[in-house]
Design a protein around this ligand. Sequence first.
Ligand SMILES: Cc1cc2nc3c(=O)[nH]c(=O)nc-3n(C[C@H](O)[C@H](O)[C@H](O)COP(=O)(O)O)c2cc1C
Length: 340
Amino acid sequence: MFKTAITEMFGIQYPIICGAMMWLCKPKFCAAISNAGGMGNLTAGNYSTEKEFRSAIHETRKLTDKPFMINITFVPSFREYYRLPSLRVTTAQHDEFIKVCAEEQVAGIEFSGMPVDVASGMKTVEMLKKANVKIFHKVGSVRHALHAQKVGYDGVYTVGFESGGHPLKDDVTTMVLTPRVVDSVEIPVVAVGGIADGRSMAAAMVLGAQGVMMATRFIATQECDVHDNIKHELLRRGEAETTIFGRTVGFQGRALRSKLIQDIVDVEQRHGGLRELIPLLSGQRIKQAWDAGDVDRAPLMIGQSLGLIQDIPSCQELLDRMAKEALQYVEKASGMIHGQ
Ligand SMILES: Cc1cc2nc3c(=O)[nH]c(=O)nc-3n(C[C@H](O)[C@H](O)[C@H](O)COP(=O)(O)O)c2cc1C
């Protein structure tokens, strides 16, 4: 039913990819999405050693024979940033993880933050190409997409400002960023941010995307291993209930509005700085919040696509439904457009 550069590149049924999620994207959940016809994600930052990371790849492969993506998040080299939640792993450790990806010949890597050529060097790009590991970068601007193309990336993810996690600094929305990048590069483009159903997927494809990436929508699925309280809270909340934080320390994120996020925003408003913020952003806090179902305990990275989530389906139900809806909405729209 779908034939796009992404379904062809990876031999998958649906061009729907799960974005990295620190603490959540682990083998079982990753395999559930790949088995449903999309592409799951194994987020390398969840693992502290090369051995742990390699066994997570093996564990995932026991659960699915379908391809999945690995996320590697390279952050700016400020020492203190390594104490931030999604950033526990240093560049040197990531180099080890990338070597594992090449040895294991994983299907692809989703890089975010610094591009791999800058963080790790062109020899790493060459090593991955030789191992036939496809490489994609999360970009927030045309200039970053052009850089990725020049370096030899196989595709880019256009991360709009509505995204959960860390939307990029140019603050451009998916609706504008995606066609701008599509018009500027030859490599496949996957749209990210604001996508949670068949309508938003169809819209992204009309903008020229060869596939979509979602993260927030996947949290409210049966297979996502977070406390049920959080899944139900996502159903109660709307699109206006996320907020941007972290701008004052140069590392913006989008998270669900909560008591804790308000505390963070307050610290930033009085220019509290990273040292005051780090205890509020700690990775352990976030992990505990997901496990205990306490949205006020930590910043939970959530995108505006939140407003489109109405239920908690299985990954299979979600992907099948999105595919069906996407076709219906494209047909509905084309019925409103007539030739001269
Ligand atoms: C809970 C959560 C954790 C995330 N952690 C990471 C991460 O560690 N690295 C990364 O590159 N992106 C991370 N992201 C961003 C997603 O991979 C994706 O780019 C973004 O969430 C897409 O927007 P959406 O959530 O509105 O679909 C995270 C997103 C969420 C929701």
